[in-house]
Design a protein around this ligand. Sequence first.
Ligand SMILES: NC(=O)c1ccc[n+]([C@@H]2O[C@H](COP(=O)([O-])OP(=O)(O)OC[C@H]3O[C@@H](n4cnc5c(N)ncnc54)[C@H](O)[C@@H]3O)[C@@H](O)[C@H]2O)c1
Length: 466
Amino acid sequence: MNILYIGAGFVGSSSAAVSADSGHQVLVYDVDEQKIEKLGSKNREMIESCLFEEGLSELLIRHKNRIEFTTDYEKVEGFLHTCDAVFMCLPTPEIGETGESDLRYYLKAAETLAEALQKRNNGAQETYVVIVNKSTVPIDMVDTTGEIMKRFHVTNYGIVSNPEFLVEGKAISGSLKPDRVVIGAWSERDFAVMRNVYRRFYDAPSVEYIEVNPKEAAAGKLLANFYLFNKLAVCFDVIGRTCESFDGLHFEHIRKILTSDPRIGSWGLYDSLYAGGSCFIKDARSLSHQLQTVGENAGLVHETHLANKRQLEHFLGRAVKDARIEWGGKRVALLGTSFKRDTNDIRNSPSIDIVHILEEQGVGGIRIYDPAGMDNFKIVFPESSHIQYAAHEFEAVKNADVILIATDWPQFRGLADMIMAEAHNRPLIMDGRRILQHRYNDLQKAGYDIIAVGSPFLKSASVFHS
Ligand SMILES: NC(=O)c1ccc[n+]([C@@H]2O[C@H](COP(=O)([O-])OP(=O)(O)OC[C@H]3O[C@@H](n4cnc5c(N)ncnc54)[C@H](O)[C@@H]3O)[C@@H](O)[C@H]2O)c1
């Protein structure tokens, strides 16, 4: 099949790479010239400097004859003469803090597409084309897409909703072996096109191939993300907080009791300072906005969002409340800028808010390290007299007054020995991921105070016994 992708972000690129791997001929269009140059470079380092996703560069290089990246819309117009499906992979961020989705990127791309579709086959529009909404969009988006196509007199087309469930950091492995493929369509003809797109997954015993209508598909995506976000919020705001508030409760022991019940399950039962990323927050906000727009109560959805926000404020606040430090003048080592491990994506990363809050508090300086996300972070926070970037975590923690761990990179699990060797002035350790929980006792014995999500204040043993 001939498949066009509009938008070469995490979703567009990963999905396009998997389409090429499935044997389709793929064209990827984006307005971002730098991104297109890097992704189309056939060079691993260049690709990874743009999108750090395990397995993505291998697929793009292996299938270089089946996948092309372009910023040239004339090429897109040429491709549309024989194109079977167009995947819309545009950003749909939140407008300010209203919850409403900002559909500007989508609408602009859809209108440009409609204009080009109307001209295909010299205006005869003989080729049947399916427009696939892969972006996470409002529930009734299928109607909006249809109105645009009608407005531009496009004929011979279908509109499908095919929400993306990829997990950043595992986008490629997850897309090659998905749990489910969800297709929302109104007609058998469109279902048939999509079965050809996803031939390798249709009928595969390990994949749940779900065919519903387009509104159900769009709603299913929003509700699935809300459910997962709510699970994280419950872990932070109820389970973690309970463990922080009563001496003698070990988060990992409580976790074991809960996760041994298959009805509860294990996903999301890790305490953390914040659930960031580009999806959970904005999708929950979008759901609550849509419910309120139709006059319904969105209290629980809204409270989930607030619980997440509260978690970060609470965690940082414990430095003053528990350890009684004043942030003014302090040198802070900030470990982790990506919103989670295995990605260079910093969207809604807790570290962004942390830097803003610490700057407001007048910290003396912040030295930052992340194995993948620093280039993106530097765009938001360029190097300056008080913001510096370290070459590795050892350099970051040297001479720090506070060590703050914000991302769960596996390499940070080995930090305890290095802290004990390098950070002799006994900095306060703030573990926002419980990544050092296996060494809290050793660190306390060595004279370090620890604030960890999911634990009461862990005072250094020397101070404790004095
Ligand atoms: N990132 C995820 O983990 C994830 C998972 C599931 C769903 N989604 C959803 O998928 C959608 C895309 O997310 P993403 O993370 O890939 O976003 P992204 O910001 O990484 O990528 C979007 C791309 O669209 C491009 N773009 C903007 N306007 C354009 C236009 N007019 N024409 C062509 N390209 C244009 C941008 O330059 C950018 O490269 C969003 O709706 C998101 O909610 C994301």
